[in-house]
Structures are given as structure tokens and as C-alpha cells.
Ligand binder design. Sequence first.
Ligand code: SF4
Length: 376
Amino acid sequence: MGTRVINFYDNFKCLASECPNTCCRGWKISIDDKTVSNYKSEGGKEGIRLFLTTTFGKNKEVRKFFGRCANETRDGLCRLELQGRKDLMPEVCRIYPRRSIQIGEDKEVTFELSCPMTARLFLDNLDDLYLKEYKGENIDPVWIQDMFNENYYNDILAVRDKVVDYINKDISLPKVLSDLYHYFKRLYRHVLSQDIDIKTMPIFDNSHEEKNYSYSFYSMSLIDKVIMNDLSDGRFRSQDALYDFSRKYNRIFGQMTVGEADYYFDKKCKKMVEKYPELHKKYKAYLIYYMYQILYSSYESVTFYKEYLLGVVYLSILMLTDVVDYINGMDLEDKDRQVNNLNNCEKRLRHNVSIKKRISHRLDEEFTKENEGYKF
Ligand code: SF4
């Protein structure tokens, strides 16, 4: 019982005005009920200002002016924070980039990698990612899981340890992706039917099948639609770092058939990872980090399986950003570029609710239904 934080938690320091991709831009900033009520009781000039910078309607948001938060100063800082008025900052702004979840008496805090500073800390700690006990100042939970069942909770933690150990084994990434896919599919069914002790369920190692695993876990037809349709909506503008990626991607893959694209992606990935073994480590670390986050946050809804499939889409696109850079002769050891690709992928894909919904829908229609003959 207590608080656990990701091992590099204490190293975080907001880049503030030096931030190249500030969290004050490019997001919808929702205002939680408690902060809305603080706005209402705030009188004077500040009260009027807050009223004018809040959207109408039931679900309140901070208004944006030319894509910038109404409370952002010319120096790119938050004026409410500068004035020491944390009580007037929406909860999401006070806590971001922390991701804090409470289950029962336990709290876990990791970071969203959509922040350039946390993306860098993640890349600096690929070798050793773990959660550690934390005795520092209180961190408010953003999510509180109301349902608590001690046995089930301990099962989920045991499952997570098992999955993390498995990813850490000396096994290729394509094989890990395939084995975990089958594992999560079975896990989901057994959690629903409650017919076995899920802790004891093994992750099958199918190596005896001598299957030739491919980096193309998903067909490129699905990944292509995410890049060219879901990311290319009205908000996909030239200042978005993934815009450059999507143009280069289209020049390489745009004229290929699906079969050619799958083969080409797999072949280039293998060569790239051979040349830059650090990338293999990065992809596995991304998966481990993702597991630390989703197995805890999907506790109530038992949607591990669906969340896993989503994670593999994010990972595939992250890999594709590297493949496109590799084909274009870019330096894949350039840390700034790695940070930029990672934090933009997270911001544009994982933390954009409408894009996440669209990807989920595609997975239902084009992967789950096709591979398993039913809709999830
Ligand atoms: S994105 Fe991260 S480093 Fe940049 S302003 Fe926000 S919290 Fe600070």
C-alpha cells in the first residue's frame, strides 16, 4: 500500500519557456467541476477574465486564441501558475505530464510521453524501467478506480510482472508482439468467464513452430489508413512534426501494393535494427512502459486486450517514423529527433481522444473482425 512512481520520476523538471512543444498548445483543455466552481466564486477582474476565457456549454474548456491557451503568457508560461493561483488551473494542467491513478489505497504515477522532457527521460532510461516506492509530497490522482477487489487487484499486478518479465527476455520484438497478442486474447476471455486463476496462465512460447515472425504485426493497409486518413484531418497542419513524416512516408509507400508494403517495412525494420540495436531496446521499453500504464488503468474495464492492440498501433507508427528516417539517411542516434518523434506520436495519436476512437473502430473492423471472425 502506498504510492509507486516510475523510476525517473524525481528527474522531471518542466522546460517552461524553453519547451519546444509546450502542453499549452495543441490540446483541448477541459476544466474539471471543482475548478469551474472556483471560477464561479472568483470575483473582480480575474473573475470576469476567467468567464471570458471559458467556453459555453456543459463541458467547460479553456478557450484557445490562435491555437494557444488563453492563459499562456508571451513567454509561453502559464499566467495562473506564475501568480500562484493553482486553484484556478484546471486539474489536468496542475498534474500534467503526470499520469496518476488510484486503486484502493494504492496510487501509481507515471508520465505521459507526450511531453518532450518526459520523452527524453524515457529514452535515457531504456535499460531499466520499474516502479519504485515514493514518500515525497502528495500527488493527486487524476483517475480513481472505485471498484476494488483485493484478489483481482493482486492478480492484475502479477499478470503485469509476468508480461514485463517476458518482454525483457532475449526474444525478438516481432515474436513478443505475437505471443502477447495471443496471451491477452485468452486473458480477456478468462477474466470474463472467471473459470481459471489468471495468475497461473502462461504466456505461450511458440518458438517450436519456427514461425518467421514479421515486424508487420498489422497489415500496412491498416497503418496506412491511420497515417493518411486519421492523422490527415483538418488539424493536421504544417507546424505538426508528423506532417513532414507523413509526406515522406507517402513518397516511399504510396505507390506500393499492400503485400509489397508489408514486405518492405519488415525488411527495412530488420536491417535498421541490425544497424541500430538500441532501437530494438527502445521498442521493447515502449511496450514495457505501456504495460505499466494500461494494466493498471484498464483494471475496472478489463479491456487489456483492446488496449494492447491499440498500443501495438502506436508502436508500429513509432517504428515507421524511424524506418522513414532510416530510408532517408537520417541519423537515428540523434536524440533530439527521437524525442520529437516519440512525443509527437504520443500527442497526436494516443492522447487525442477522437483519433484514438477512430483507430479503435478500425481495429474492430479491419483486424479483430477479420482475424477472429467477430466484433470485439
Ligand atoms: S510539455 Fe512538458 S516540458 Fe513542456 S511545458 Fe508542458 S510539462 Fe513543461
